[in-house]
Design a protein around this ligand. Sequence first.
Ligand SMILES: Nc1ncnc2c1ncn2[C@@H]1O[C@H](COP(=O)(O)OP(=O)(O)OP(=O)(O)O)[C@@H](O)[C@H]1O
Length: 251
Amino acid sequence: MPDIALRAENLERRFGGLRAVAGVSLDVRRGEIHAVIGPNGAGKSTLINLLSGDLAVTAGDILLDGRSLRRLGPDRRGRLGIGRAYQKTTIFGASSAFENARLAVQARAGRPLALWPRRRAEQATDGLAEAALAAAGLAARGGIRADRLSHGEQRQLEIAMVVAGGAHVLLLDEPLAGMGTEEARTITALIRSLKAGRAVLLVEHDMDAVFALADRLTVMADGRVIASGSPQEVRRDQHVRTAYLGHGDPG
Ligand SMILES: Nc1ncnc2c1ncn2[C@@H]1O[C@H](COP(=O)(O)OP(=O)(O)OP(=O)(O)O)[C@@H](O)[C@H]1O
């Protein structure tokens, strides 16, 4: 049986007369990176917003391990294990990278850790924060003020915070946007390392990264899925080549 963590069923979102997402179904399995690609305006960001709970669905459903999330807001979804890396909006610039990671652990921990003896709770929180920083390649940068980190490191920190928050489903919206080659390589390796034990949904315009990372690819255009399958299958799909990738080889 496929190990489906997150499922979108006939998802739809209208903005007035526009169907930005028009009946999208897809699965994200544990241990896999499922990339969603498509031209500008295809509905990719809207889809991520529907999955995270930042936007309400017009129709359809979202299932996390079989449980409907449709009526839950982003905070509830976060506590159930859906983590979204927002572009810098969650980082406190004046706090250190470590303190940011620590806050993310505390936000997840809530009551359970609060019931522990104070010293033990603090040690556990620190340990989880350090582990998350290490997982994001920032083990040596914990003491640096977040606003002094490079652009790429700040993106690493956002990912560390999602990991620190205990997410097992990760929603990544253009994690490579605005990155230089070296930074993109670091983040690509980081994303690859995250899929062990987690389900990753990745929206990304960098096709080199997409084809390097994706285990499964869904192509959207005009709010609909026009193709879905392995990267090799999608690459061969004539409809996709015409609609999006152009006639040339995508890379
Ligand atoms: N809040 C909104 N109100 C009205 N229309 C919206 C809103 N958000 C998105 N849209 C429209 O929905 C469609 C899909 O937009 P969306 O941002 O999801 O596409 P996208 O695939 O993420 O594009 P890009 O690759 O440029 O980020 C577009 O036509 C967009 O103008």
